[in-house]
Structure formats: structure tokens, C-alpha cells
Design a protein around this ligand. Sequence first.
Ligand code: ARG
Length: 459
Amino acid sequence: MKKLWGGRFQKTPEKWVDEFGASIHFDKTLVKEDILGSLAHLAMLRKCEILSKEEAERIKQGLESLLQKAKKNELVFSIDHEDIHLNLEKMLIDEIGPIGGKLHTARSRNDQVATDMHLYLKHHTEHIIELITAFQNTLVEKAEHHIETILPGYTHLQRAQPISFAHHLLAYFWMMERDKQRYSDALKRINQSPLGCGALAGTTFPIDRQYSAKQLGFDSIYENSLDGVSDRDFILEFLSVSSILMMHLSRFSEEIILWCSQEFKFVELDDTYATGSSMMPQKKNPDMAELVRGKTGRVYGSLMGLLTIMKGLPLAYNKDLQEDKEGMFDTVKTVQGCLEIFTGMISTMTVNSNEMKKATQHDFSNATELADYLAKKGMPFREAHEVVGKLVYTCIEKGIFLSDLPLEEYKKMSKQFAEDVYIVLDPKHAVEKRMSEGGTGFKKVTEALQNAKQHLNNF
Ligand code: ARG
């Protein structure tokens, strides 16, 4: 098959070599972006009088017809034309005749592909930001019902201090908020036009790059043509931000998986977000959370892949860059899917407040309260820590908890202990009193919820 670039060649590659070099089976994802990029380029060529009115009109009709067909999934791509750009160029020429070949005036596939990728990522990053907001709304709604639901907070996965469940959920709200800020910031770099950089050095035609950039809704243009066609840092940024987001979702997944277990029983997932076992009839598995945790690996993999692809490339374009796409497409799909799943899974999840509460009553997560109690009565905190440590040890030996210990036992350890000690041992009291900024006290959490909602409204 004669190539569109075949002028200086005597022979054509064998089919299997063509297959190795082709990207059409994955870059066809960019079909709409490619046509929109072409329409903007065309408008610019006309505005700068590089093409006549009639030529531009015919090419425009051809491109619009291709766009309609693309929307209806009617275009048939071929490996013979390597990638999305050459496939579409061939289709355009087939549709309107050799005049279609004028579209490629003053551009190269190098600035064309970079433009497509910027357009694609701009659109999808904006969508991801919307999906994060939807997830944050769900977190806030859930948290509103659980301000006074108490569960143990953990460090080292050991029960540490009781906290409000709303406070726990809001921790993820703020992680998502920072993720959203990172995507918004990355958008500034995504929102730049490489169109008109040509193959690497610009063009001799009197083009207007600002004009085509504006047509495509970009904020600015790349200042340097070599940079514009050959860097992929905008994708690396997207993959980095996505890796951090996935890390957050993966940690949350891990907690959900633990909470669903019979050992915790803190939550129950809705049947629609769980699966059964083909062998063990009693099983209800948190597959969706496990999958989100697992899919985090492929997003990290795409980031590492692209960093490695880029590290040895001399300026400007190299065919290695064709490898930038699949990881990016996969990450877009993965991140969008994971956010949608999480939003549904959290909003339909049942919270077992009683089990959470029970867990705070039958443990020692109120020990800090006791140490603070003595410290507030003047004992140096280090000493108070020692006294309470001994009391905990006594309880463990007797197989009881701090609230079961009679007052005489307390008094034996310190005269400072009085009847009011049992009040501070109540986990609810322990949560209520943590009124420091950013703390878990119920009133603080209520304020934090208002603040979170404000943030959602302002974004
Ligand atoms: N399919 C190529 C890619 O994805 C398009 C650019 C090809 N440019 C070239 N000079 N061979 O990177």
C-alpha cells in the first residue's frame, strides 16, 4: 500500500512491520479531537489567507462529514494508514478529492498529535474534577448523618482514641479537595496549544497560532516550537496527580475492606456493590473496593512507564512518544471509573453505629483521657502517663477495662482521682472534649462540615 509519505521510498514495509509501527488501534480514541484540531487549523489557514475561500469551504465540508460519521461510529480505520492522523487525511482525500491534501499545509503530525492529546486531557481532566466534586458531596451527606457516631481511631492499626465517624469521612473529603486543586493546577499546563509548532521548527507560512489556539479554547500557546512538539510533561503531571488520587482511594478501599470483615463489622456494603463466592454460600465480598485498590497499581505503572519513555529522548519528536497514549487513556478510564464506583459504594453503604460504639467501649482507647485528667489536676503529663500505664496493666491482668476499676484502685495510684474519673472515661465525653482546631469534637466536626460545604459551593 502506497504511503501518504511514500515519495522518497522504493519499497514498503511488510504487513507485520506496519503493524508494529501502527498506533491506529489505540489512537483512534482521539478521532474527535483530531477532527476538531483540523477544523481549527483550517479556520486559521483561511483567516491568514493561506487557503482560498473555496478550498477552505470544501475541506470544511469534508471534515464535518467525517465528524458526523465519527459520532455515529461509522468510520472504518485501517492499519495501512498507521495512525489516526493519516487515516483521517486519507478519508478526507477520498471524500473531497486531492484538495483534501491542502489541509496539512503548515502543520506536521508532530504538532497535530500533541494538540489532540492536550484537547483530550483538557476535556477529561475537567470531567474528573466534576466526579471528585460528586464524590465529595456524597462524603458530606454521609458525614452529616454520623457526627455523633463514635468509632475507635487507630494508629498502627491499634485502637488509639475514639473519634467521630463524620470526622473520619471528612479526612477523605480534604484529601479529595487537594486532589482537585492539583488537577486544576495541572489544567493550566494542559490548557496550552502546541498547534503551529510544525514538525519542530515552526513554519514558513504566515500562520496565526493564537487564532487556532483560541478556536480550540486553549488559554495560551507553547512559546517554543521544539518544546511544544516534544514534551509530555503535561501528561506526566496528569499521571502524577492521578497516582496521588488513586493512593487516597486505595487507602480508603483498604479501610472499607477491613470494616466489612466479621472482625470489624463497622459497615455493610449494599448488595449492588458486593459479590458472592462461587463456592462459599455465606460470602459477601467487597470486590469493588479491592478492585480500586488493585487498579492503583496500573496508574502508578503508567506514570513510571512514561517517565521512563521520556528520560533519554533528545529534542524534538521521537517515535518513542507514540508510547505515551495507552497509559494516559487507561488512566483516564481507571480514575473516572474508580471515582464513580466510590461515590455509589459510599452513598449506599450501611454504617453499623452500634458495632462502632461497642468497639470504643471494650478497649483502652480512653487511656489518654485518664492521663489528661491527671495532667489537668497538675500532675506532669509524663508522670500521669506512667500512672495510667500501670492502671491499664492492672486491668489487663484482671481481664477488665478502665471503667470497671473501682475508685479505691484509682486512689491507690493517685490521690488526685475522684468520682468524676468515670465521666472522662466515657468515649463520647472523650470525643466531645476534643475541641481544638481540626479536632474531632462534635461541635468542631459540625463546623468542619459547614466549611466543607462552603468549599463545594465556592469551587
Ligand atoms: N502516531 C504518532 C504518535 O503518536 C504521530 C506522530 C508521528 N510523527 C512522525 N514524525 N512519525 O506519536
